[in-house]
Ligand binder design. Structure first.
Ligand code: ZN
Length: 200
């Protein structure tokens, strides 16, 4: 009679079962690898979703180094400004010219698409939407998208406008943007208190 203790076959897993488990484990590893590859592909696709849009002059872009003034009616960034702001800025510019100061416009009207691109770019630069919005307004809040703001250089023009712009109703409206001006009061009136930044 066989002694059952000498035949412990029930304690040994059949080899085919071990192989099955190995395949399952390999399958899980492969699935995890594919999932992480998919995540990389999705991230790259999302990142490049921002990149292909290149703002053009028709979107209101003024390329760095090009000299644009308030007289450039053929430039969309100037042509699509609110006429009241443009006229007030031109009167201010004529005043400033009397003391040898000239205005250059680095940004005026911008399309919604351009503003969205600027914000996406700022989020990438600052690594946070909250910080980015202190410098770039969302398209629905931007005064540039409605044609109600101009950014002016150089420094002497900015300082002149901060000091004298209100004679023509022109005011600096964000404390952190010395270059950004809007029609914000009546000619000769007092400028409203500035917002801290574009997010305010
Ligand atoms: Zn601005």
């Amino acid at each position: 009679m066989p002694d059952p203790v000498l035949v412990p076959t029930t304690l040994v897993r059949p080899p085919s079962r071990t192989r099955q488990l190995t395949f399952v484990a390999l399958g899980i590893c492969l699935a995890a690898l594919l999932a992480s590859l998919a995540a990389v592909v999705i991230n790259v696709t999302l990142a490049s979703a921002v990149a292909p849009f290149a703002p053009t002059a028709d979107e209101g872009h003024i390329s760095e180094g090009s000299v644009v003034t308030l007289a450039d009616d053929d430039v969309p960034a100037i042509a699509r400004l609110d006429p009241a702001l443009r006229d007030a800025m031109r009167r201010a510019e004529a005043d400033a010219a009397a003391v040898g100061i000239a205005f250059q416009v680095t940004s005026g009207w911008r399309s919604e698409a351009y503003q969205r691109w600027l914000l996406a770019d700022a989020i990438e630069q600052y690594g946070s939407e909250e910080v980015a919005r202190q410098f770039v307004a969302t398209p629905d809040r931007s005064r540039h998208v409605t044609g109600d703001a101009v950014d002016i250089v150089p420094l002497d023009a900015q300082l002149w406008l901060i000091e004298n712009g209100s004679r023509h109703g022109i005011c600096q409206t964000y404390a952190n943007e010395r270059w950004h001006f809007e029609l914000a009061t009546r000619p000769g009136g007092a400028c409203p208190e500035m917002k801290a930044d574009a997010a305010g």
